[in-house]
Design a protein around this ligand. Structure first.
Ligand code: GCB
Length: 580
């Protein structure tokens, strides 16, 4: 229920409402009430549960896949944890708070975003004469601020002495088809007598073993995890007490290398070409709630088109999706929720390319603490995923403004320290961040560009757009002859079924012409390593005069029907090898 903020709510008592809400899902599109859909502020969830007696002897952990964007969790009236950041998991041990009979779990959430949070929101509040507060978030980004309990909430059990986490970092000798797999095990509770690890291949045969909490296990004749040809081993870690395994933790993992060198993006030593999409977690009714059938369909549609990759624009996606990508061999650029780090967006860039240009972004934003936390949490959660080949630290920040380098340098340093697999790092550049104006592009391993020549700029004029696209890509190539360059967004809003004999913007013909124009230029640039278009599917946004029921740049509709451009893109992508 929405918190009216008139009388305090007692989290130890039943909420004063009979409304029901499905979880996992965003709350917004479930209510049929415009006021609730657009509610900004605080809202509450509640349910009761019992835990069978024999389980109570175990360590019990309550885990939230995510809670968007800030959560206060109460069990039987007591606050047991708090978490800020809407796209990463958190958990808490609950044994000490459980009762024999019904337990009451109450969660207070906030969907407020401001200049201290990521994503960044323009937050305002007004008070009427009775002191009633109306809150408003104007999203500083282009997707609907879906909120709620978007991902599964689970209670899991472990023994008191337990394995907390496993860190897996394979060091691969490609020439000898051998991998030294470095495995670090974090344990909790009473210390084990011994920790043992065995590695199983896909058939379940043991192919390696070791012991200790920091061990190296050598795999010979190693099967590599390859894009679209996944191979997953399983690390089975056993915590031993008195000669018996007490806790067992199994983690599937892939063995592959990722390296950036000489303007190439190498996976397993071969130059990889990214073909795919920027996406969203966005489906009808579920909003940003986990929708596993859509996830499966989306990856199948990608494979059918000859795509091999996507970016988790603009926030970490669910654990379930990451596991699916590992399994399906889909390559992922994993992005933090740092979107909207730009306080004065304008389509007039006349000032921006002047040396020393500065706007108020890095003075006004107070996002550094949240951003550091988000980097910790995304790497902590996704570190072992073979599908993740690069971290994106932010999308379209004001990198063209003085102060950007000072802001980003420590964040890149942090990510490099934290990642056990030392993957490449990037951020995604807005059109105003060009080779002259971008103040921090030296930090990037790969130049990732979002470009809309022919759509937002020179709308409909694909001739001039082709020249501008070519000129800019050549300038990047000349500035950084050793850095790979890729497009992480390019697209044109398209109404399915709208046709034009004059190839006008919004028509299906224009969308295809637009992609053909871009493809021509890409193929001329030596360091060009990939094309991820915007967007996989149409998605919901806030209202705006440029948005008709959301953003229509999808090559699929929101319900995943193809627009006609899918045929052209499929032909192109099937003709471009994944490597080469
Ligand atoms: C962008 C943003 C993306 C928007 C897209 C658009 O540059 O990164 O979030 O949806 O443009 O369609 O305007």
């Amino acid at each position: 229920m929405v918190d009216p903020e008139t009388t305090p709510i007692d989290p130890g008592k039943p909420l004063p409402t009979n409304d029901v809400m499905a979880v996992p899902a965003s709350f917004n599109d479930q209510t049929a009430e415009a006021k609730i859909r657009s509610h900004t502020g605080y809202f509450w969830y509640q349910r009761s549960f019992t835990v069978a007696k024999p389980l109570r002897a175990q360590r019990l952990v309550l885990r939230f896949g995510s809670a968007t964007h800030e959560a206060w969790v109460y069990l039987n009236g007591k606050e047991i944890t708090h978490h800020k950041g809407g796209f990463t998991p958190f958990e808490v041990e609950i044994n000490d708070y459980l009762k024999d009979e019904d337990n009451l779990l109450t969660v207070k959430l906030s969907n407020i975003l401001d200049y201290s949070t990521i994503p960044v929101g323009n937050y305002s509040e007004t008070k009427d004469v009775d002191g009633h507060i109306t809150r408003k978030v104007d999203e500083n980004f282009d997707f609907f601020n879906y909120a709620g309990l978007n991902r599964p909430i689970k209670i899991y059990s472990t023994p008191k002495a337990h394995i907390d986490d496993i860190v897996i970092a394979p060091d691969v000798d490609l020439a000898h088809k051998q991998a030294d797999v470095h495995i670090m095990v974090q344990t909790g509770g009473e210390p084990f007598d011994e920790v043992r690890t065995i590695i199983l291949d896909e058939e379940g045969h043991q192919v390696g073993e070791g012991s200790g909490t920091d061990e190296q296990i050598t795999l010979s004749r190693v099967h590599l995890w390859q894009p679209l040809h996944a191979y997953l081993y399983t690390a089975k870690v056993e915590g031993m007490l008195n000669g018996q395994p007490v806790d067992i933790y199994e983690e599937p993992f892939g063995v592959r290398t990722v390296k950036v060198t000489d303007g190439k993006f190498l996976i397993n030593g071969q130059p990889f070409y990214f073909k795919g999409f920027g996406k969203h977690e966005d489906t009808y009714i579920n909003g940003k709630g986990l929708n596993e059938a859509y996830n499966v369909l989306d990856l199948n549609l990608m494979k059918k088109m000859g795509a091999n990759s996507f970016r988790t624009s603009h926030y970490p996606y669910s654990d379930e999706m990451m596991r699916l990508c590992d399994r399906e061999g889909i390559v992922v650029i994993d992005e933090t929720p740092a979107v909207g780090l730009m306080v004065s967006f304008t389509f007039d860039n006349s000032e921006i390319s002047k040396p020393g240009y500065q706007d108020d972004t890095w003075k006004d934003l107070k996002t550094a603490t949240a951003h550091r936390q988000a980097i910790h949490e995304i790497i902590d959660r996704d570190k072992n995923h073979a599908c993740v080949v690069m971290w994106s630290i932010a999308n379209e920040a004001a990198n063209y403004s003085k102060g950007a380098h000072e802001y980003f340098e420590p964040l890149f340093k942090l990510a490099r320290q934290l990642d056990p697999q030392k993957r490449p790092l990037t951020y995604i550049d807005l059109v105003w961040s060009n080779p002259q104006s971008d103040k921090s592009s030296d930090l990037l391993d790969v130049i990732c560009l979002n470009r809309y020549y022919g759509w937002y700029l020179d709308t409909g004029d694909l001739e001039i757009s082709e020249e501008k696209t070519r000129a800019e890509l050549k300038a990047w190539q000349a500035k950084y002859p050793d850095k790979p360059i890729m497009y992480t967004e390019y697209g044109a809003d398209t109404i399915p079924g709208l046709h034009s004999a004059y190839d006008e913007p919004w028509s299906e013909e224009f969308q295809e012409d637009y992609y053909r124009m871009n493809s021509r230029v890409f193929d001329e640039i030596p360091n060009f390593v990939g094309e991820q278009l915007w967007n996989f599917a149409d998605f919901q946004t806030k209202y705006g005069i440029q948005r008709v029921q959301g953003n229509k740049k999808g090559v699929f509709t929101r319900s995943r029907e193809p627009k006609s451009v899918v045929r052209y893109l499929s032909q192109r992508w099937h003709s471009i090898p994944n490597f080469g």
